[in-house]
Design a protein around this ligand. Structure first.
Ligand code: ADP
Ligand code: MG
Length: 379
């Protein structure tokens, strides 16, 4: 159903916000560290009109069930377990921050694959936040919108994510990757125009999501905090890579020996972000390939968040001629990225697909990620 059919008149405007893939810097965001996502061409689109009567009407063209109607002054965190919690959480977070949002009619639709580690949830939140920001003239910048969206997901939906996904969706720029410092939220757009270099970034959605994911995330978070506490730093971001060996020597006698690996992953992945930025600034995109594959080994062996399907993407892509590959996002399924010469892209995709068939896995979904624009008004 269109906005007009649902709500009886045309929307005041239309906005879009993208999903993302993270190039490098995984599980570093909640350690006050560095990440480097890029926005996908896939977007959540919102058509929105204001209301003044405290009524919030939400509709997703992608979900059965019609309009969800709520009252802005009755929104309660953790009470709504449906998809509507994401946009409703944004309205709640805006109102909590003192912004006078007095209702809205919202029509959502999205081309971001859900549950594939490509942040369809952040896209939904950010598009809602941007639309309300514009309509209610709240004057929030992209970082502030990302924080509102993150608060919606953390406190209202109840998912303890870091700030990367929402910042990527809100702040990315066409043709660039986003270098984000998750401590002070400063950002820099780093040129990432692969086509101009004869390269491609493939996203391989494994189409699996192993159940351990949620508890494992919380355990990694707690383990990293424990590591920082023992090392006497506010966050693992404060352990310089040059002092990693020294730091690890202090982590030999632990209640949970896995913490040592978590620390090694976070400190080394922050360093991999710095190396990636330096290479991109120097125009050496091909040099990023091996860093991706190193990052994957670290996620697999030290952070213990990969799975057989993700490992198979990386192994088969690299064996098939890729420059490098790694899982991206939280792991335990979801997606991997593969950096590849344009001329080898098809052969590498075929190698991965064949490896999956041979292993008896569901065929993966493979597409090209072009660094796309962040959230924006369409009309
Ligand atoms: P990811 O963000 O990695 O795609 P999440 O589990 O965080 O995975 O978010 C997926 C959830 O976001 C879906 O289960 C659904 O509740 C919500 N969602 C995403 N896209 C849509 C959409 N187009 N319409 C309604 N809900 C959506
Ligand atoms: Mg999500």
């Amino acid at each position: 159903m269109s906005f007009e059919e649902l709500y009886g008149c045309a929307p005041e405007g239309t906005w879009a916000a993208p999903g993302r893939v993270n190039l490098i810097g995984e599980y570093t965001d909640f350690n006050d560290g560095f990440v480097m996502p890029l926005a996908l061409p896939h977007t959540a689109v919102a058509q929105v009109s204001r209301r003044t009567d405290g009524v919030l009407r939400l509709y997703s063209a992608d979900i059965e069930g019609g309009i969800v109607q709520l009252r802005t002054d009755e929104l309660e965190p953790l009470t709504n377990t449906s998809w509507a919690a994401y946009p409703a959480g944004v309205v709640w977070a805006l109102r909590e921050a003192g912004h006078p949002v007095t209702g809205a009619d919202i029509h959502l639709s999205s081309t971001v694959p859900t549950g594939a580690g490509l942040s369809s949830s952040a896209a939904l939140e950010v598009v809602t936040a941007l639309a309300l920001n514009d309509l209610y003239e709240l004057g929030l910048d992209c970082n502030q919108l990302a924080l509102i969206a993150q608060r919606a997901e953390n406190a209202f939906v109840g998912v303890p994510c870091g700030v990367m996904d929402q910042t990527a969706s809100a702040c990315c720029a066409d043709g660039h990757a986003l270098h984000l410092d998750c401590r002070d939220h400063s950002i820099r757009q780093v040129p990432f125009d692969l086509a101009a270099q004869g390269l491609r970034l493939l996203v391989v959605d494994t189409r699996v999501k192993h159940a351990l994911g949620d508890g494992a995330y919380a355990e990694r978070r707690a383990g990293c905090e424990e590591g920082a506490r023992i090392l006497g730093v506010p966050a693992l971001r404060d352990v310089p890579y040059e002092q990693l060996t020294e730091a690890l020597a202090k982590l030999t006698d632990l209640a949970d020996p896995k913490v040592r690996g978590y620390v090694r992953h976070v400190v080394s992945d922050n360093h991999r972000v710095a190396r990636t930025v330096a290479l991109l600034d120097a125009g050496d995109v091909r040099g990023v390939g091996p860093i991706l594959t190193d990052g994957h080994a670290s996620l697999r062996d030290d952070l213990l968040v990969s799975c057989e399907e993700l490992d198979l993407v990386v192994a088969s892509a690299n064996a098939g001629g890729a420059l490098g590959a790694r899982m991206t996002g939280g792991g335990f399924g979801g997606s991997a990225i593969v950096l590849v010469e344009e001329v080898h892209a098809e052969a590498v995709a075929k190698a991965v697909t064949e490896a999956f068939a041979e292993a008896g896995y569901t065929a993966p979904r493979i597409f090209t990620a072009t660094a796309s624009a962040g959230a924006r008004r369409l009309s």
